[in-house]
Design a protein around this ligand. Structure first.
Ligand SMILES: [Fe+2]
Length: 387
């Protein structure tokens, strides 16, 4: 795996990253450094309530950066919200963006940046390399240990009329600065922490077996998988979330990996589920991951063996069948141990939805790099197993 990956011609894009305690207090200076004078701050009501948005606003005030706050963002951000935010950006005379929150505010802010720079509706930018004009300067403060939109080339926006999510993949949507403060994770609920951490594990695994993987991205994916294997259960156990630095560092590493290697069938189907039924992204990934690993295994056995070993499973010298069942079983047990139990049916997905969901997933940009090319029926089976 490594030799082939080293000789492949690959690019690696990343923002400036500041990682550590109180990184979010540098937001004002970061905007100033980028030449911004008035920032549209995109956040959501939960993050505002947790107090992180006020910390960022105070940092902007201290640096003399004017700001306008926009919080009309739902968990699966919609094109209409992007349009509203872009109008607010224009009307307020903003020249920079600051996103504070999880994937929802960050993806919405990216959409606002695309619209502000290109003056066309965000849904017209679906696909790879469709964004011609770069966004205004953008600073991100992530507050969950999933999504990694603060470092990624991805923006995911819901197309409500078509009941699906569109993926915008472009170097033009990589933020300029990511201010990663692990303490921001301390206000997440335990369930949100579990879902976002399983999103991160999915990012790392999908990046590692992606057809777009390289030595550069594998380095980051393996680091994330190793940290999650050792620390995830420990971090989420007990009355308080612990090891926040490990969780946040794993999220950052997985983000750097998937931003540059892209993803696979778990995300393609999760986007389809999130678009049609407005389900939480991390929860969708968590419920699909074991089934997609089972489906993909033969097409990327070396990668999955590396995943299993890095997670700490005793699989050296074992047959393919044993490694496969050990890894699939581990992922199922981990998900249940973290409290993401039950199945899709309990979340409102019906057997009659499966065909449409699979058809939509077949069109998702993330499927292009899945190590095994599925038929629509293959994705239907993955969904049926997760029902
Ligand atoms: Fe994700």
């Amino acid at each position: 795996m490594t030799d082939k990956a080293v000789v492949a011609l690959r690019k690696f894009v990343a923002p400036e990253i500041v990682f550590g305690a109180n990184a979010l207090d540098l937001a004002g200076q970061a905007v100033l450094n980028l030449g911004g004078l008035k920032a549209l701050v995109v956040s959501d009501p939960g993050v505002v309530e947790a107090g992180w948005t006020d910390r960022v606003l105070a940092s902007l005030d201290a640096a003399g950066v004017e700001h306008e706050l926009f919080t009309a963002v739902t968990p699966n951000p919609r094109a209409e919200e992007v349009a509203l935010g872009a109008e607010r950006y224009r009307a307020a005379g903003c020249d920079a963006l600051v996103a504070v929150g999880g994937g929802s505010p960050m993806d919405c802010a990216k959409g606002i940046g695309i619209v502000a720079a290109n003056r066309r509706p965000v849904l017209e930018f679906e696909g790879v390399d469709e964004v011609a004009e770069p966004m205004p300067p953008m600073v991100c403060v992530p507050t969950t240990c999933g999504s990694s939109a603060d470092v990624s080339q991805f923006a995911i926006i819901t197309h409500r009329a078509e009941q699906r999510k569109i993926a915008i993949v472009s170097k033009a949507v990589v933020p300029d600065v990511s201010l990663v403060d692990p303490r921001c994770l301390s206000t997440m609920s335990r369930y949100l922490a579990a879902c976002t951490a399983l999103d991160t594990l999915t990012h790392a695994i999908e990046a590692l077996v992606s057809l777009g993987a390289s030595a550069l991205t594998n380095l980051h994916a393996m680091k994330a998988i190793g940290l999650l294997g050792q620390r995830l259960q420990e971090a989420l156990r007990g009355p308080e979330l612990t090891r926040l630095d490990d969780l946040m560092f794993a999220s950052l590493q997985a983000g750097l990996a998937f931003s540059n290697a892209s993803l696979g069938a778990v995300h393609a189907v999760a986007h389809s589920l999130g678009g049609k039924l407005d389900l939480p992204h991390g929860e969708c990934n968590a419920l699909l991951l074991e089934h997609v690993v089972d489906f993909n295994f033969d097409a990327a056995e070396d990668g999955y063996r590396a995943v299993a070993e890095t997670l700490g499973l005793e699989v050296r010298g074992q047959s393919s069948a044993r490694v496969r069942s050990a890894l699939v079983g581990y992922l199922r047990e981990l998900r249940e141990a973290l409290g993401v139990s039950g199945a899709l049916e309990a979340r409102g997905v019906k057997a009659s939805d499966v065909r449409d969901l699979a058809a939509t997933a077949m069109r998702d940009a993330c499927l292009v790099t899945n190590p095994r090319r599925p038929t629509p029926r293959d994705l239907e089976v993955v969904l049926e197993l997760a029902l």
